[in-house]
Design a binder for this molecule. Structure first.
Ligand code: F6P
Length: 409
């Protein structure tokens, strides 16, 4: 027998996206929207993250509208607005949020974000009882999802957030493309990669041919730095070119001030208290040139990994996690975030591989020790295995000719 009434007819669900964008947000919005429509919800989009619920509100209707889920970025726009009082903005604006949720008759809120956006959503759920479902999003891949990665019969707690698969693909492609110019000039290329305080994204440079990497989880102290220069010298010796990936948030020993420093692009902080990183690759490259006498250049990958179209993996991942949102909506189980239970390749991303975690348990998750060798400054085979699920096999093109050297007569 066919149901005449859809279960949530007359109810409204609203979606917002906050924090740094990723190429997988539009795909997440479209997938969540489509499933909510099946349940009978009217679907709104809140523009510019939490900002769209302040003042008069900035809300659009997504119900039965065409929507391009493959285009990168977020059609809902994004901001780093924090409704809770902060150092930068001591005003508590949660009352405006609550007022607008009532004014626009929003019954359920879906927050697509990382730790900051979903942290605020969690507080609204816990303190004000607002029905919220968080949806993971970050290129940094540092939002705890408790996704199990089995390697060598060992179970590792990894992370898999929508946005990371596409960003990892972009980083690996960019590094792969940089190889030819680097080889031609027999240089050391220091490629800086976003990721805040975690090295997950930097690891994807490996699939483009980066031989060494520096990550925030391994601070480069005075002693470590000396060892690092020895390793660089040794590695460069045979090949006469080298790519080193450097996380934007790596701590690097400053010989002059005798301090472990992070390099910031600006001293300004956002509403969650973060300063903007940027520039450490320049410091590392210039010290390599000066200390080792090898030509080194820095290259900041910047916003490129965050840009352009959503990858196939991300399109599947967001669809799978949206299926779990549907399940949570049906059970009216709020204060949860859908996650992937175990790492699988894109063809095996299915709803039965998902679970959910309490938003109270969300938080940042750095790279596990098993994935990085602090003595060799390289990612381990376990990390290669983790990435293979997402990126397939590494592909490293070569010039392919080996000419014989001519001797004079
Ligand atoms: O958190 C995502 C991220 O891309 C980080 O990797 C980076 O440090 C930050 O956002 C950059 O932020 P913004 O877009 O404000 O410059």
């Amino acid at each position: 027998m066919q149901r005449k009434e859809k279960i949530f007819n007359g109810k409204t669900l609203a979606i917002l996206s906050g924090g740094g964008d990723t190429p997988a947000i539009n795909s997440s919005i479209k997938n969540i929207r489509n499933r909510a429509l099946l349940l009978g919800y009217k679907v709104y989009g809140i523009r510019s993250g939490w900002k769209g619920l302040l003042g008069d509100g900035d809300i659009i209707d997504l119900t039965n509208q065409p929507y391009n889920g493959l285009y990168g970025g977020t059609a809902l726009l994004s901001s780093r607005t924090n409704p809770f009082p902060t150092k930068k903005n001591p005003e508590d604006r949660t009352d405006q949020i609550i007022k607008n949720l009532k004014r626009y008759k929003i019954d359920v809120l879906i927050t697509i974000g990382g730790d900051d956006t979903n942290g605020a959503a969690k507080r609204l759920y816990e303190q004000e009882g607002i029905p919220v479902i968080g949806f993971p999003k970050t290129i940094d891949n540092d939002l705890r999802t408790r996704t199990i990665h089995m390697y060598n019969n060992q179970s590792n707690e990894a992370v898999l957030c929508p946005g990371f698969p596409t960003a990892a693909l972009r980083v690996s492609e960019m590094v792969r493309h940089l190889r030819s110019t680097n080889e031609s000039h027999q240089r050391i290329m220091v490629v800086e990669v976003m990721g805040r305080d975690a090295g997950w994204l930097t690891g994807s440079s490996l699939f483009g041919g980066a031989e060494l990497a520096l990550i925030p989880e391994c601070p480069i102290t005075k002693e470590k730095k000396e060892h690092f220069f020895d390793v660089v010298k040794e590695k460069y010796k045979d090949k006469k070119n080298l790519i080193i990936a450097v996380s934007e948030g790596v701590r690097w020993w400053n010989d002059e001030t005798k301090t472990l420093d992070m390099v910031y692009a600006s001293s300004e902080t956002d509403e969650y208290g973060h300063k903007r990183f940027g520039g450490v690759s320049g410091v590392v490259a210039s010290e390599i040139s000066n200390k080792l006498g090898i030509s080194a250049r820095s290259q900041i990958s910047g916003y490129y990994p965050r840009s352009s179209y959503c990858s196939e993996y991300d399109a599947q991942l967001t669809a799978t996690l949206a299926d779990k949102v549907l399940d949570l909506l049906l059970r009216e189980d709020y204060g949860k975030m859908p996650v992937l239970r175990k790492i699988v390749d894109k063809d095996n991303l299915e709803e039965f591989n998902t679970g959910s975690i309490d938003m109270g348990a969300i938080g940042n998750q750095p790279l596990q020790d098993v994935y990085y060798n602090t003595n060799e400054f390289t990612f381990t085979d376990a990390y290669v295995d983790f990435l293979k699920y997402i990126l397939g096999n590494p592909f490293l093109p070569e010039f392919g000719y080996h000419f014989e050297k001519v001797k004079p007569f």
